[in-house]
Design a protein around this ligand. Structure first.
Ligand code: PYC
Length: 306
């Protein structure tokens, strides 16, 4: 029987599962080589960690290994049921809170991800600031024809993953509309991918905030079709890039981005011009330490694929 040790947390409601031991190590002397090796191991050894019956589809897994980039604390690969993600903001916050739980001290640490080095400042056991990879708008006000909804206009932007940020949602961003938002954003994702932007793997919709301290509320569809319970670190980075490009937010000015469930990130950026450096601050809480068991005769050993 295979046994894999994990530590679970949530970041502003969005779950993260850090692999501690028991899974095979991706090989390679660079993070790029390790990503390729991870992708080969994914189906047999990692996917079941983020699927029912041992998880659910919203869970983002985190593989960590000794750094191949000397300035970094760890090499890090985030993954969900579809495979590896580029970066993950909530996952970085969850990882740092998990590392604090097992003994690292507050301070600033660098992490080597497949899309670049990010800096994570552990302020206390629960509070983390993530300085993300350079973020930028790829295309402005792109019109897309979406079956059943007509023309939808949005920006395409990079924030560590590639986002389509809808400007004219026909559905209000309120938790009562979760099912309708999921159906709508899945249709948008299919249309955007087919109409010139195959790299888009997240769709983001905005509306007025519910919290008095927030500037905006979002709903984010992730690869695989689940929604982000947190305000999405890479999605908030993509939004900062669009606000900066439109001259709507100055460097250092604070954006409070609320999630669909009412949690929030504080976010700001440095720099001017085509690329900005976003910082996202959020809180994570460790929820469990588990030894997951995989019996050879368990018909669900690889997880349930829906
Ligand atoms: O926080 O960047 C993020 C994220 C991506 C997918 C789920 N969360």
């Amino acid at each position: 029987m295979k046994a894999i040790q994990v530590i679970d947390s949530h970041t502003e409601g969005e779950p993260t599962r850090v692999v501690v031991s028991g899974a095979p190590e991706p090989a390679g002397s660079t993070i790029g080589e390790r990503l390729q090796s991870f992708s080969r191991l994914f189906e047999d050894h990692y996917r079941a960690l983020v699927l029912e019956p041992r998880a659910y589809e919203a869970v983002v897994g985190v593989w960590i290994g000794e750094p191949t980039e000397p300035s970094c604390l760890k090499d890090v690969i985030f993954f969900n049921p579809t495979g590896a993600l580029g970066m993950c903001g909530h996952g970085t916050i969850g990882l740092m809170s998990t590392l604090a739980h097992i003994g690292i001290a507050p301070g600033t640490y660098r992490l080597n991800t497949p899309v670049g080095v990010v800096e994570a400042k552990l302020i206390d056991q629960n509070t983390v600031q993530v300085q993300n990879v350079p973020s930028y708008r790829i295309a402005k006000a792109v019109p897309i024809q979406v079956e059943g909804y007509g023309e939808v206009v949005g920006d395409v932007a990079w924030g560590g993953n590639t986002f389509f940020l809808v400007k004219n949602s026909p559905i209000a961003v309120q938790v009562e509309n979760l099912d309708a938002l999921t159906t709508f954003t899945r249709a948008v994702m299919r249309a955007v991918n087919a109409q010139g932007y195959p790299a888009v793997n997240h769709v983001e919709v905005f509306g007025p905030p519910t919290r008095p301290d927030a500037h905006s509320k979002n709903y984010i569809l992730c690869p695989g079709g689940e929604y982000d319970r947190s305000p999405c670190g890479t999605g908030t980075s993509a939004k900062l890039a669009c606000l900066a490009a439109d001259g709507k937010l100055a460097p250092g000015e604070i954006l409070i981005q609320e999630s669909i469930i009412g949690t929030a990130y504080r976010a700001w950026y440095q720099g001017t011009g085509d690329q900005i450096i976003p910082t996202i601050e959020g809180r994570a809480y460790v929820t469990g330490e588990s030894k997951l068991l995989f019996s050879d005769n368990d018909p669900m050993v690889g997880g349930i694929l829906k």
